[in-house]
Structures are given as structure tokens and as C-alpha cells.
Unconditional design. Structure first.
Length: 127
């Protein structure tokens, strides 16, 4: 029995990359995204994401404060190559410069955040 195009497309899961140097946060977000039906790919640093390449990714969620390249720099790097790629920033710090937070083309989430709002934002970015 052949699978029609619509059913085949619904079987393809969107790929969401999560970048965070905190392994607990990384695993929690991967689990959350997987349970929501996405294919999650975790990266412990911006450099590891970029060395792996952006091909095949649909959305990026990145922490701002990380050793080496921070989330703002990652967002700038992604925007220079794939400006259409939705990038969400997240931070536990509440003193982030509002103007600099506009670097993200999709939004800034302050930890702790409502996971339902994050999932809705990811869903909306993929439409």
C-alpha cells in the first residue's frame, strides 16, 4: 500500500537544535521537544553546532551565556548564512540589554519559562 504525499509529509518531523552548555537544561529541552513530536538535536556549544553544520535544521533554540561563542554571536552567525532560520534565545539572566536581545529573529525566553509558550513559538515559527 502506497503512502500518499500528505501522510508522508506528516511523518517528517521538524528538526530543532538546542544549544546550551548546561547538560541538565539541554537534556530537558531535548526531552520536551521530542515529546512534542519534534526531532531534537542537542549541542553543548555554539561551536559544536556550527561545526556540525546548519543543514537539515529547521529551528534553533540557544542559550545566551555560554563559554566561547555566546548565543548572540551564534544568532549573528546563523543569520549571516541562513537569515530565514528561526532562532530563539534563552537566558537565566534578567539584565540582558533589550536592544541586543533583538538579535534573535524570533524571540527571547527568560529562564524559567513556560514550556507551553516555547512550544507554541516553535510551532508558529515552522508555519
Amino acid at each position: 500500500m502506497a503512502i500518499d504525499g500528505e501522510q508522508q509529509a506528516s511523518n517528517q518531523r521538524s528538526v530543532v537544535a538546542v544549544v546550551d552548555d548546561d547538560p541538565v537544561v539541554l537534556e530537558a529541552l531535548e526531552d520536551l521537544l521530542e515529546s512534542a513530536g519534534y526531532s531534537a538535536r542537542g549541542f553543548p556549544s555554539a561551536e559544536s553546532l556550527l561545526s556540525n553544520g546548519l543543514s537539515g535544521l529547521d529551528v534553533i533554540i540557544t542559550d545566551i551565556g555560554m563559554p566561547g561563542m555566546d548565543g548572540f554571536e551564534l544568532c549573528d552567525a546563523v543569520n549571516s548564512v541562513r537569515p530565514e532560520m528561526p532562532v530563539f534565545l534563552m537566558t537565566g539572566r534578567h539584565d540582558i540589554d533589550g536592544k541586543r536581545s533583538e538579535t534573535s529573529n524570533r524571540g527571547l525566553f527568560r529562564k524559567p519559562f513556560d514550556t507551553r509558550i516555547l512550544l507554541a513559538a516553535v510551532r508558529d515559527a515552522l508555519v
